[in-house]
Ligand binder design. Structure first.
Ligand code: ZN
Ligand code: ZN
Length: 262
């Protein structure tokens, strides 16, 4: 098994299994101590010289190397380690598909498995915001490292009782999106990356509405609140790919209406 660097704590690690008395295998726990927030400028923390200070958004500690405030059972990686698995190879959108649409909105939710960051749920909407496809992906329970429920909204019931495998879900998405379909989304490269789909015609709302700082992207939630007067991702259950895809679609339509000369 390949050694990876944990996305959360920067430590090198590799997943290891132990065989239980009944012959089944279980992942050996390798605790990950980290900060689950970000180290950011904090307007409420001003030093004597009236300089702004950075703090961890998760626990308010003031130093980058402050002791981690969060411990979880396993480290996580976004590296896919099953290089020999055909499902891990990219598939390009084709010329003709069964259910081709001219324009679709796309959003994915992701989770961590023993094979890195993977697709957990995908939603595809048509140009009027109607749902064309919305499915979770089936994974064996022993492969799941973290459902990332706080961000993805995914739960064990969503994944363990899902109907379709990754390949089946991707095949259906490829039956909707041809190489001429315009795919609307927010930071849509991340969605295509986790779907392992190569596609070039995209409208990305993170590009239509650029951040003042070119090194950053404005969050979909912020854009939706500012331009559509709508609140999304507000619940305790994380993101909802249907809600996010619709927000990206409405933002793209608003931008087109505001910029075209009619
Ligand atoms: Zn913290
Ligand atoms: Zn870690």
């Amino acid at each position: 098994m390949k050694t990876c660097i944990c996305l959360r704590c920067d430590q090198h690690f590799c997943y290891r299994w132990q065989t239980k008395d009944d012959g089944t295998k279980s992942l050996i726990s390798d605790p990950c101590n980290h900060h689950h927030g970000k180290f950011r400028w904090d307007k409420t923390q001003v030093s004597e010289k009236n300089k702004k200070k950075k703090t961890w958004t998760c626990c308010g500690q003031r130093y980058y190397r402050s002791p981690p405030c969060t411990t979880v059972k396993h480290h996580v990686t976004d590296l896919n380690t099953k290089f020999d698995d055909s499902s891990q190879r990219y598939v390009a959108t084709g010329q003709t598909t069964i259910r081709t649409r001219d324009i679709v909105a796309l959003d994915c939710e992701m989770l961590f498995t023993v094979d890195g960051l993977q697709l957990g749920r995908v939603t595809v909407l048509n140009s009027r915001g109607k749902k064309l496809f919305d499915e979770c992906v089936l994974y064996p329970e022993e492969d799941i490292i973290d459902y990332c429920t706080q961000y993805s909204g995914l739960t064990d019931a969503d994944i363990l009782f899902a109907t379709y495998t990754f390949e089946e879900v991707r095949d259906y998405v490829l039956s909707i999106i041809s190489e001429d379909t315009i795919v609307v989304g927010h930071s849509v490269e991340n969605d295509l990356k986790v779907l392992k789909i190569a596609h070039s015609k995209v409208v990305d709302t993170s590009v239509l509405y650029p951040n003042d700082n070119p090194r950053h992207k404005t969050a979909l939630r912020t854009l939706t609140e500012k331009h559509l007067g709508r609140t999304i991702q507000a619940g305790a259950n994380g993101h909802d790919s249907t809600e996010d895809a619709l927000a990206a679609l409405d933002l793209a339509i608003l931008h087109i209406n505001n910029t075209l000369p009619w």
